[in-house]
Design a protein around this ligand. Sequence first.
Ligand code: ATP
Ligand code: MG
Length: 390
Amino acid sequence: MTEHVIILHLHELTLKGNNRSWFEKILIKNLSIHLNELPYKDISCVSGRIIITNINIDMTRDYTESLSCVLGIRNFLFATKVDLDLEKIKVQSLALFSNFEKSKTFRVSSRRQNKNYKLNSQEINCIVGEHIQVNTGLKVKLKNPDIDLIIEIVNDKAFIGKEKIGAYGGLPVGTGEQALSLISSGIDSPVASFNLLKRGVRLDYIHFHSAPATSNQSIYNVESLLKVLCRYQLKCNLYLFPLLDIQNKIMDTIDSKFWVLLFRRAMVKISNIVAIKNNYKVLVSGENIGQVASQTLSNIVAIQDSSNIPIIRPLSGYNKEEIINQAEDIGTYKISIEPYQDCCSYFVPPNPETKAKLERIRFQEKKVNLDEMIESEIFKLEKKEIKLHE
Ligand code: ATP
Ligand code: MG
């Protein structure tokens, strides 16, 4: 009986020297969770690739959907496993061409891990290519063909398939420690978060809202966004904090041009408390240099000054268009453009400070006793778990 498998090629894992097997182990564990509901026999690492055996070839769409979200994979290939025998390779290769129009072009791309095999890659390409050409009449085209037939020779087996499917690459989630991401329901922070997930960092999230002065919509939107981000990480924690009382005190006491910066410093200070207690190494933010008046370098300095741990800003150098494209690609854009009242923009004054001087900000902050206020309000923090599959 023909055995169908999926061969996964890894991204930067090839660079990781002695740590390699540790990375592979985490990737295999992630894969087994992502493929939880799909049939297969075994996932193992063979000569730098990961092979998923005995899959159900009628469910390629389901496997594709799941595997496309597993970070650390560069691409994958649905393939058939045959014994390392030239006749069998020719027969199986030809079988993949049963439904193509005569006008299509093809090439054979073989790779040989088993260097003891009597034929090298180039010889396999020529022999199998000729066999297909003679039997189908299709033309060979080495650059950008319609069909790329792939033959991989690993130990005493050949794996044959066509068209590798690209994935996000990066590193497996869980190989890069833990961080806490400040998530709004806007476009930027989900994209910033995805970029760190892609570097292997496990994320939990914190969202600040101003209910009941604003509706609960931002909370629902954030939960929907995290459901999308859970395609890549499967589950995460969301901390929710009601910022309204702190905001009211700031607005009652301080000149309006400092409001947004003080709201931000309050968010960062509360996030620090959560991070230090739960061992999140850094905070993540969707800030982007110059995107809005509040995101000048001076203001970024004034916000960082309120944090005892680094704030990573993966989007600081992106253009808005690049962020939107990525938001569409990862599936968060549609939710991010749904209307909501953000806890900062709702109260935005007409002329916010754009070049904050640290001393002045610290002085204003003392006037409201921000640290004491946070200490007495921190009990309002809530935590909930978000999962891809409830
Ligand atoms: P976004 O699209 O991510 O909301 P933005 O362009 O609207 O970003 P700001 O509103 O200035 O920019 O927010 C900058 C960053 O501050 C956000 O990317 C996010 O990391 C954090 N942030 C803003 N509002 C909140 C909030 N209500 N809760 C948690 N974090 C927030
Ligand atoms: Mg925002």
